[in-house]
Design a binder for this molecule. Structure first.
Ligand SMILES: Nc1ncnc2c1ncn2[C@@H]1O[C@H](COP(=O)(O)OP(=O)(O)O)[C@@H](O)[C@H]1O
Ligand SMILES: [Mg+2]
Length: 286
């Protein structure tokens, strides 16, 4: 189904790494568009020929399953308790997208003994087949959210151009970089009214991060405020599929290209999924 160029890009994207790029989508403030970015960015990466898994980490909020119009029956809890195989809890989204509902299982990982954690991570070994695993997380400085961001290989911070959203975005970036200074942080400015407004917001945030945290943000791009997103959400369809040539859809494809074009910072020898769950375990227990 994918062409040679896509296969090549995929190979280059994966070179020197083992396992998928695990990308946490997060924000300081809620309602800035994390779920829409997660879902549509997943679909954009699929279009580029990557194998993508979308994991719903955010509990209790209207989320990826709503935007996709699907309703997973099983989640990670069922794998933890041994009642389901991973292959049985992966839900088919549109265009070959695979979706995994985290459910409370993601937090129960904290209570696993190390041997059980190893067994669990082995059960999830098939997730290493993916090129990208996108985690749709909640907002804010909550420890659970931070844990997922810290365990991921990289983070996408979503903000709007509003000063409060930028301040909160800085807050979460600060916490992440203080605990894990090498985590690559990509920035997406959503719901901007012009590219200039988005660029100014990105510059401002980039400047304080450089000045106070001594790190560089990677500006992955902006998405304009687009009523097609609002319509798509109410139709329970991803905007990329419902309105493929809308401004928002085109912007998200560009962000996908930007993300795929940048390699993850950290090169790891360890098995990707195992490493991820070991980190989650450690961080949630801390
Ligand atoms: N680019 C955009 N243009 C217009 N509205 C948007 C855009 N992105 C998000 N929205 C609106 O914001 C709402 C919240 O987005 P959502 O992705 O659920 O945020 P979060 O996951 O951060 O809480 C959506 O339901 C939609 O109405
Ligand atoms: Mg959300």
């Amino acid at each position: 189904m994918i062409n040679q160029a896509q296969a090549l890009r995929r190979m280059v994207n994966r070179s020197g790494t083992s396992g998928p790029r695990i990308v946490a989508i997060t924000s300081g403030k809620g309602g800035v568009g994390k779920t829409n970015v997660s879902v549509n960015l997943s679909l954009a990466l699929l279009e580029q020929g990557f194998r993508v898994l979308l994991v719903d980490v955010d509990l209790g909020m209207a989320n990826a399953d709503i935007v996709l119009g699907i309703s997973p029956t099983y989640n990670l809890t069922h794998v933890l308790t041994g009642t389901k195989l991973v292959s049985e809890i992966l839900v088919d989204g549109p265009n070959g997208l695979k979706v995994l509902a985290g459910g409370a299982g993601l937090y129960e990982i904290a209570n696993l003994s190390v041997p059980r954690l190893d067994a669990f991570a082995k059960a999830l070994d098939e997730l290493n087949e993916f090129d990208f695993i996108l985690l749709d997380t909640g907002a804010g400085i909550h420890r659970n959210v931070i844990s997922f961001a810290l365990a991921a290989t990289e983070v996408v911070v979503v903000t709007t151009p509003e000063p409060t959203a930028i301040t909160d975005a800085y807050g979460i970036i600060k916490v992440i970089l203080q605990q894990s200074p090498l985590t690559p942080i990509h920035l997406v400015v959503n719901m901007a009214h012009s590219p200039q407004e988005a660029g100014l917001a990105a510059d401002k945030l980039g400047m304080v991060v450089r000045q106070f945290l001594d790190q560089e943000l990677r500006y992955a791009g902006y998405i304009l405020y687009d009523h097609h997103v609002v319509s798509a959400v109410s139709e329970q369809r991803p905007v990329l599929l419902a309105y493929p040539s809308s401004l928002a859809s085109r912007a998200i494809r560009r962000i996908g290209q930007s993300l795929a074009g940048t390699n993850q910072g950290e090169q790891v020898a360890e098995n990707g999924i195992q490493r991820f769950f070991n980190r989650i375990h450690r961080l949630l227990r801390a």
